[in-house]
Design a protein around this ligand. Structure first.
Ligand code: PHE
Ligand code: CO
Length: 295
């Protein structure tokens, strides 16, 4: 078997640019070094401990059921039968970021792309693109939940459709992914919890999103989210809170085509601005916010 590539962003005269790759690869499990396995173990144990009482009950429950452990980097081939049986999803290995349409097509067909390589020891706290830890630890547990699994597949189909409609529709849809799948919070009877993958795979943001007074925490509202810009290089200024995964599924069931058309006439919202009509759990103090950099 040939060794797959490790595709990362590149430094050009225009600064760092993302690089895209479409290859689907075998997980080269035998090629992981002792350091790779140690990075996995360190991150896994650190987040496991931190996420008790912070991650949603369902995330933690499904993570246990999947049987990932800190002992070594999991084998996709061992997780796949468990995942397939639960929700019909499967993991496929990829070399890095996928072009949008390719990504959507995988999701629509219940294939979740997982980056085969893991970050370096000096990147434990931050790296600017998904790696194996983010993809596997962060995304895969909720793919075991039937409702969330359906949401992700529906999102993929919605992505294929938005891609055909045009770039503005895609921007709206990408914000939805960002503020739910990557950075979503959920309200449990015993308080707010994390379900977003971008948060559960980050030590700093796992603490910040729930404990800090700086960010807004606002009730989920589909069109509000689709109009809201976001941060890719700092903690989020605003988190959106769902009541249940069913709420997410129901809210996104309608055809988005007329919504995209309507939103095209409206301005977007800055990442940190509270709007009239928001259901505010916490109005952020804005402490530490940078003024520029919403995308
Ligand atoms: N209902 C959306 C559409 O018509 C598809 C979608 C479902 C998007 C779930 C996101 C999440 O485009
Ligand atoms: Co992700």
């Amino acid at each position: 078997m040939s060794q797959p590539n490790r595709v990362e962003h590149q430094l050009t005269d225009k600064g760092y640019v993302p690089v895209y790759t479409t290859a689907v690869v075998e997980q080269p499990w035998a090629s992981y070094t002792a350091t790779d396995h140690e990075v996995w173990a360190t991150l896994f144990e650190r987040q496991q401990t931190l996420l008790v009482g912070r991650a949603s009950d369902e995330f933690l429950r499904q993570q246990r059921l999947m049987g990932m452990s800190p002992d070594h980097i999991p084998k996709f081939d061992e997780l796949n039968p468990v995942l397939r049986k639960a929700t019909g999803w499967e993991l496929i290995g990829v070399e890095g970021l996928l072009p949008e349409l390719t990504f959507f097509e995988h999701l629509a067909n219940r294939r979740f792309p997982v980056t085969w390589w893991i970050r370096k020891p000096e990147q434990l706290d931050y790296l600017s693109e998904p790696d194996l830890f983010h993809d596997l630890f962060g995304h895969v547990p909720l793919l075991m939940n039937p409702v969330f699994a359906d949401y992700m597949a529906a999102y993929g189909r919605g992505g294929v459709k938005a891609h055909a409609i045009g770039p503005e529709a895609l921007v709206n849809l990408t914000r939805l992914y960002w503020y739910t799948v990557e950075f979503g919070l959920i309200r449990q009877d015993d308080g707010l919890r994390i379900y977003g993958s971008g948060i559960v795979s980050s030590k700093g943001e796992s603490i910040h999103c729930l404990d800090s007074a700086a960010p807004n925490r606002i009730g989920f509202d589909l069109e509000r989210i689709m109009r809201t810009r976001y941060r890719i290089d700092t903690f989020q200024k605003t988190y959106f809170v769902i009541d249940s995964y069913e709420q997410l599924m129901e809210a996104t069931r309608p055809d988005f085509t007329p919504i995209y058309a309507r939103l095209a006439q409206l301005d977007s919202f800055p990442a940190g601005a509270v709007q009239p009509g928001d259901a505010v759990f916490n109005r952020g103090t804005g402490e530490g916010w940078l003024d520029d950099g919403d995308v």
